[in-house]
Design a binder for this molecule. Structure first.
Ligand code: GLN
Length: 196
């Protein structure tokens, strides 16, 4: 398996490392050609306005959308990546992929100072709760019929999936726990098998 990590902003190195530790090859994606040969993509957190603008400028929005249109292309969007995956964004809306049937609101947990870490139970991962780090995190305000909740915190869904797409409001790369990257890789593998 070869996974691309969008390398515009954010914890690119940590996502590459977690993906490798979870057992896949990981490559940086800066330009559309970097997507060649990848079986899936991770979009790190950062500032969604900046990431979206640069994705647009480099032709990545179109390239990723085309890929997603022609076959199931797994994408995991974390934090700002969740915003870039959302069909609708409440408030200031950045250029984005809009591939997942969710509405997101930005900075919905407050400012930087309101960042926090919680032990988050994620039933699909089994075992102990996942150490989830929220940094100026978005909230999912609406989920379409095909969207499944994977974890909630304080009554809000903070991790969800729809077909090949996975999103989380929090950063999974900030601890040593690689179970979410493993979960994403399993999804990628399953979809690759279906395609064969
Ligand atoms: N607040 C950022 C945004 O709206 C997301 C923060 C993050 O990715 N940690 O884009």
């Amino acid at each position: 398996m070869k996974i691309g990590v969008l390398a515009i902003q954010g914890d690119v190195r940590e996502h590459l490392r977690h993906t490798q530790r979870a057992g896949a090859e990981a490559v940086e994606v800066r330009l559309p050609r970097d997507l060649d040969g990848t079986d899936g993509l991770i979009i790190p957190g950062g500032e969604s306005t900046t990431i979206g603008m640069l994705m647009e400028e480099y032709g990545l929005i179109e390239a990723i959308r085309n890929r997603a249109r022609s076959s199931a292309y797994p994408i995991y969007g974390t934090c700002a990546g969740l915003i870039l995956m959302a069909k609708n964004v409440i408030g200031k809306s950045p250029a984005r992929l809009g591939l997942m049937d969710i509405d997101a609101s930005r900075n919905a947990y407050g400012r930087q100072i309101a960042s926090f870490e919680v032990p988050l139970p994620v039933p699909a991962l089994g075992g102990t709760p996942f150490p989830a780090v929220f940094i100026r995190a978005p909230k999912i305000q609406r989920m379409g019929d095909g969207v499944m909740a994977l974890a909630s915190h304080d009554g809000e869904v903070v991790m969800a999936e729809q077909g090949p797409y996975l999103v989380s409001s929090f950063h999974p790369e900030m601890s040593e726990d690689i179970r979410i990257h493993q979960y994403f890789l399993e999804k990628v593998e399953k979809l690759a098998r279906v395609r064969q």
